[in-house]
Ligand binder design. Structure first.
Ligand code: C2E
Ligand code: MG
Ligand code: MG
Length: 668
């Protein structure tokens, strides 16, 4: 049975539940049906037809050869059945269907087509209480059904289309609202991390992505401004605005590529400049330096190619000339200009100069070589109080031989002439001492105490640093084992050279020594910023391995080299140590304060601890505290001291200076 016939069957069978049996029995027996009863029950059938989802319900019975309606929902539906009274026309298809059903004694389905339309119908014969047969009937209008079906199909199609469109719209919205901005954001972050600090997110949204983008842009602005400032500072001298040593070397290298026939690098020292500072103060000293810088800058540009200030009172120049005679003539001109008297207030001052000269290609063919040889020549000019000296390789050898440090150094290691001093560091927020830096000193049998500044660079140049580093490391770990017995546990920083950390054998050595020291070991290695700049990945791998061994890593003298943010981000280090030059000059220049603040911020953006070294005044400590610096180290807290002195110092405490008032920026 089809679904349609099933519905007709169900609807027809439901009729006895709607029409009272009494009414049907009376109607079958009576000669006529009362109009009002007929209407009432037909109305009930009409309602039931609607509920059952069919067009008509009706009840018919035989009266003689005729078929009459006992109830008919169509009457109320406005259908005007053509009948003779309540009779069904005998020529109609419905008449035939009803008669056939009665004859067959079972339900019959048929298609009826009359003037009202086309119907699928059922005629279901039923045996009444007193043996009279009557017929239950139901119709479904085929035309309406087909119309409804096609309407449903169209509606389903339209809904499908709508849903599809909606889906496409949602995906597009998701892609444009979420995925695309996130993709843009992620690519911007990657480009930024790779050093493209001008990348910004062009977003004008007011949701979380918008907030993220504006935070990203603000961070980008801050970092670019600082990078720009630091780049400027890294390549130029703050006081005079002249290129600094790094920039000079870069410019000189560019000249050398053009293979000129003759160039002279002249390093000039303002003799006894220290006395000007002492007698007239630092401001006067700065004025003298600026005057000298102006005088040099105003000289004939065709000969004087580059003027640079490389340190306190030293300048370096690049002169182009054809030969030695011309060079001397030019240097005399420069000397004359610089030696002219100048006034500091009422006081007339004359500054003598000492210069060292290195010639390309005679003495070296690289920028660094020329600079080093000019420096050596200047050393002799100063020592022998000559106004200018040309580099002489034989004199340099003499100097090294005179010094004989190399041999002495070997002895110093084997005879234990080296001593480790410790300079404590204080945690700014807690005021507690949790760390110290190990600084080596040399107790020379004949020359007395030699500071590391004198022999470490020398040892590094001659490849002898490893012996010192390993000795200091072992001494520090031995000390930590001893301290552990006194319940002292300090993180000790040991300075290492770049040649150390570049070598995998050094890392092996550290691992071995850490194993020996066991739980007492609490080590940090400090590597200078200039040392770690632009190093191959192999070194980064060594550093990463040291980190895995539990060793902390610090970038020492931060600010003296120029490491990009991207490069720093790659370094597996824990700490930045701001170079003392910046910290100390915080007292005198606003610029230094802003540089130090930038360094602290950059360190924190990279998730690093920031330490300031060279803290000598309370004002600087306070400013560092306000800026969020994590640790301080300097003479204000303590000078480097021997291990046993450190134990006494630690037990004395508290170590924060008593005068220290709550931090305020009013001094700056
Ligand atoms: P550094 O690692 O930057 O160490 C800090 C230097 O600044 C130390 O000088 C310390 O005494 C000094 N200092 C600390 N606070 C102040 C302060 O408030 N004011 C002033 N004016 N100076 C302060 P030191 O001990 O003469 O060491 C100089 C450099 O020698 C060190 O600089 C480090 O680069 C190197 N050095 C020292 N010991 C070792 C070592 O064992 N191995 C290596 N490779 N280098 C070492
Ligand atoms: Mg250090
Ligand atoms: Mg340092």
């Amino acid at each position: 049975m089809s679904e349609l016939d099933g519905r007709l069957h169900t609807a027809a069978r439901a009729i006895p539940f709607v029409l009272p049996e009494k009414y049907v029995t009376q109607a079958l027996q009576a000669q006529f049906i009362k109009q009002e009863d007929y209407l009432k029950h037909s109305k009930a059938l009409n309602q039931s037809a609607k509920q059952m989802g069919v067009e008509h319900l009706y009840v018919l019975s035989l009266r003689g050869a005729d078929v009459i309606f006992i109830a008919n929902s169509a009457l109320l539906a406005g259908m005007n059945i053509e009948r003779d009274g309540d009779y069904l026309p005998s020529h109609s298809e419905r008449f035939t269907l009803v008669r056939s059903a009665i004859a067959a004694g079972q339900p019959i389905f048929g298609n009826i087509h009359d003037q009202y339309g086309r119907y699928r119908s059922i005629a279901m014969p039923v045996l009444g209480g007193d043996g009279v047969v009557y017929v239950l009937g139901a119709d479904i209008a085929v035309d309406k059904l087909l119309a409804r079906q096609s309407e449903a199909r169209i509606r389903a199609f339209l809904i499908g289309l709508l849903m599809f469109g909606f889906g496409v719209l949602i995906s597009w919205l998701l892609a444009s609202q979420m995925t695309a901005p996130l993709r843009r954001f992620s690519s911007a972050v990657h480009r930024f991390a790779a050093g493209e600090f001008d990348v910004r997110m062009p977003m004008h949204r007011h949701d979380e992505l918008g907030n993220l983008a504006s935070a990203f842009n603000a961070m980008g602005d801050a970092i670019s401004a600082r990078e720009h400032l630091m780049r400027q500072l890294a390549f130029s001298d703050r006081l005079t605005g002249l290129p600094n040593r790094v920039k000079f070397a870069e410019l000189l290298s560019a000249y050398l590529i053009k293979t000129p026939s003759w160039l002279a690098v002249v390093m000039i020292d303002l003799a006894d400049f220290r006395y000007i500072n002492d007698a007239f103060g630092f401001d006067a000293g700065d004025r003298v330096l600026c005057t000298m810088s102006d005088r040099l800058s105003q000289m004939q540009p065709e000969h004087l190619k580059i003027v640079s200030r490389i340190s306190g009172n030293s300048f370096v120049l690049l002169l182009s000339a054809d030969n030695e005679t011309q060079t001397h003539a030019q240097i005399q001109m420069i000397e004359a200009a610089l030696s002219e008297s100048l006034f500091l207030g009422e006081q007339k001052v004359n500054v003598a100069i000492r210069s060292g000269i290195a010639i390309y290609p005679l003495h070296a063919d690289t920028a660094e070589g020329l600079l080093r040889h000019a420096e050596v020549a200047m050393f002799f000019a100063k020592r022998d109080r000559e106004s200018s000296v040309i580099y002489d390789p034989s004199r340099e050898e003499d100097r090294l031989n005179q010094f004989t440090l190399l041999g002495d150094l070997r002895e110093a290691l084997s005879e234990n002439h080296l001593v480790v001093y410790y300079q404590p560091k204080i945690n700014v927020s807690t005021g507690l001492v949790g760390a110290a830096e190990a600084l080596v000193r040399w107790q020379h049998p004949s020359r007395g105490w030699i500071s590391p500044g004198l022999f470490i660079p020398f040892a590094e140049k001659t490849g002898k640093l490893r012996g010192i580093t390993e000795w200091v490391l072992c001494e520090v770990l031995r000390q930590q084992v001893e301290w552990q017995r006194n319940h002292v546990n300090l993180l000790i920083s040991v300075n290492v050279g770049v040649s150390d950390v570049e070598d995998i054998q050094f890392v092996d050595f550290v691992e071995e020594q850490l194993n020996k020291a066991g739980s007492a070991a609490n080590l940090c290695l400090e590597i200078t910023e200039t040392g770690v700049m632009h190093k191959p990945d192999a070194m980064l791998q060594n550093l990463a391995r040291l980190r895995r061994l539990g060793v902390q890593l610090s970038i020492d003298d931060f600010g003296t080299g120029y490491s990009s943010f991207a490069y720093l981000a790659k370094m597996p280090v824990n700490e930045l140590k701001i170079d003392q030059v910046f910290v100390m000059s915080m007292n005198s220049t606003f610029e230094s304060v802003s540089i130090v603040r930038s360094m602290i911020e950059i360190g924190h953006i990279l998730g690093l601890k920031v330490v300031a070294e060279g803290v000598e005044t309370i004002g600087i400590w306070q400013a560092l505290a306000v800026m969020g610096c994590d640790e301080v180290q300097g003479y204000l807290i303590a000078k480097p001291m021997a291990a046993n002195e450190l134990l006494d110092w630690l037990s004395e405490g508290p170590h924060q200076p008593v005068e220290l008032t709550p931090p305020s920026m009013s001094n700056f």
